[in-house]
Design a binder for this molecule. Structure first.
Ligand SMILES: *Cc1c(COP(=O)(O)O)cnc(C)c1O
Length: 473
């Protein structure tokens, strides 16, 4: 240890000195004293280790004041919520890591109204006795999809597990090798099937499966024919898959139900908005599959949920499965799902009210206008050493939907002389309302397609905080 280090260690702030500074400032008056003392000790320990290891910079001062600031910051971090709103500037509309679909105003209102007191969640008000929670959305889902019956659970992975367990446990479910997909996380069709107790009977090849493959695989032990929408990838080139109506015809000849896992669950005719065609749930119902499953928070644009629609007798069997209780939907989700579904009674209301649908269907000119607005707002800030440019680019649908759809957009590209793109990105993510952006080379890119008008202003404030002199960055 050299003399400088010795001197530094001697002048280390004392716990009661730091406490006195905090008390004088009136900071942390509401924090428990034990927690404050613990935080002070930790901060002083960290300074001591930094001095001993030589990591303490020569010119940094060692005062009770700066230690008090570090203690305040530490306690505020502990107090802050972990799950928070973020600003999604990535242009990935259904970003699974950022919570997929933002909820519409009606859904938020219903969550507050239904959950601030008691509700008729499982109470039949007319009869004055126990009711079923799914009944709150059964009619509207049947109306929108044309299905006979509907049931909702925690998410679509749960829906698939529940259907397989109810209809094919201990027996075989026939699936094409081209549809044994992984959704991300731990959701893979073969593994979900194993957990459900159904026996996977794979048929065909990765790129081509024929009706005769299914025909040959069906035997005494077949319980289900399963079709899986390859939502998050596409096989192109020398390919063949069997259309659902052919599977339905085969199923009814042999007395075997057909399940269709749609994944996304789209209620809109996307081709009308210049996007790729995606089968809607109503179309899938018309094709005749006996049971159809889809997500609530992908293209539907609602809360995380799994929807099962289809034949009444099969859905009754599914409802009776004890797993259904374990996978059941909660009341907040149900309130939000009912409100989201009702918006679809008028397609324009759905497109205007659901942020994910607005973002998906909005013409590039609208995105370009917001990019221009953001650019002008940022130029007015005159951030030092910062250059801004508009670039053509694409947004993505995300959430395992429309994987090959390029959605044209205009990006605002920012470059700083003083800070690397990675450093700016890191600082943006550390803000009280974090901003998640894209990085490309030495530029940070902001995609206005996933930014609301209000968020554009928030983004301006965020960049000021990170890049303006004395802006706290
Ligand atoms: C996304 C998806 C699932 C899983 O749905 P979650 O809502 O994420 O649980 C299942 N099957 C398919 C085909 C999917 O695309």
């Amino acid at each position: 240890m050299d003399d400088k280090q010795k001197a530094r260690l001697k002048s280390l702030p004392k716990v009661d000195e730091v406490l006195a500074v905090l008390e004088k400032r009136g900071a942390l008056a509401r924090a428990p004293r034990g927690k404050v003392l613990e935080a002070i000790r930790q901060v002083v320990d960290e300074i001591r280790s930094a001095v001993l290891s030589g990591a303490w910079a020569e010119d940094r001062t060692l005062t009770s004041e700066s230690a008090a600031e570090a203690v305040t910051a530490r306690i505020e971090r502990l107090r802050a919520y972990s799950l928070r709103r973020v600003i999604n500037a990535t242009g990935i509309i259904l970003h699974t890591n950022l919570g997929r679909a933002p909820l519409c105003r009606e859904a938020l209102e219903r969550i507050v109204e239904v959950s601030r007191g008691y509700s008729n969640l499982e109470f039949d008000l007319a009869a004055g006795r126990r009711g079923l929670r799914y009944d709150h959305v059964r009619e509207i889902l049947c109306e929108l999809t044309g299905a006979e019956d509907a049931l909702v659970v925690n998410n679509n992975a749960a829906a698939v597990l529940l259907v397989l367990s109810s209809l094919a446990r201990g027996r075989e479910a026939v699936v094409s090798r081209g549809e044994l997909i992984e959704i991300g996380g731990e959701f893979r069709i073969p593994e979900v099937m194993e957990r459900s107790g159904a026996i996977l009977r794979e048929v065909g090849a990765t790129n081509r499966t024929h009706l005769s493959d299914y025909e040959r695989a069906i035997g005494e032990n077949t319980a289900l024919i399963m079709k899986v929408h390859t939502s998050n990838f596409r096989i192109v080139g020398f390919t063949e898959e069997v259309p659902v109506p052919d599977l339905v015809a085969l199923g009814s000849r042999r007395g075997i139900p057909v399940m269709n896992d749609l994944g996304s669950g789209c209620f809109l005719r996307l081709e009308r908005y210049g996007l790729q065609r995606e089968p809607t749930v109503a179309e899938a119902v018309k094709e005749g599959a006996d049971v159809i499953t889809f997500s609530g928070d992908k293209l539907l644009g609602g809360p995380q949920a799994g929807v099962i629609v289809g034949r009444k007798d099969l859905l009754e069997a599914i409802k009776r499965n004890p797993l259904n209780r374990a996978l059941r939907i909660d009341k907040l989700t149900l309130a939000a799902l009912e409100a989201t579904a009702r918006l679809y009674l008028n397609e324009q209301d759905a497109v205007a009210g659901l942020r994910s649908l607005t973002a998906l269907t909005e013409p590039v000119e609208a995105a370009a206008r917001r990019a221009g607005r953001l650019m002008r707002m940022l130029k007015r800030e005159a951030l030092p050493g910062v250059t801004l440019a508009l670039r053509k680019g694409s947004s993505l649908s995300g959430g395992g939907s429309l994987p090959t759809q390029q959605i044209p957009t205009v990006l605002v590209a920012l470059r700083s002389e003083g800070l690397s793109a990675a450093r700016i990105d890191e600082k943006l993510r550390a803000l009280p309302v974090p901003v998640v952006a894209r990085i490309s080379g030495d530029e940070v890119l902001f995609d206005p397609r996933t930014l609301s008008a209000e968020e554009l202003s928030e983004l301006r404030g965020a960049l000021r905080a990170v890049l303006a002199p004395g802006g706290g960055g």
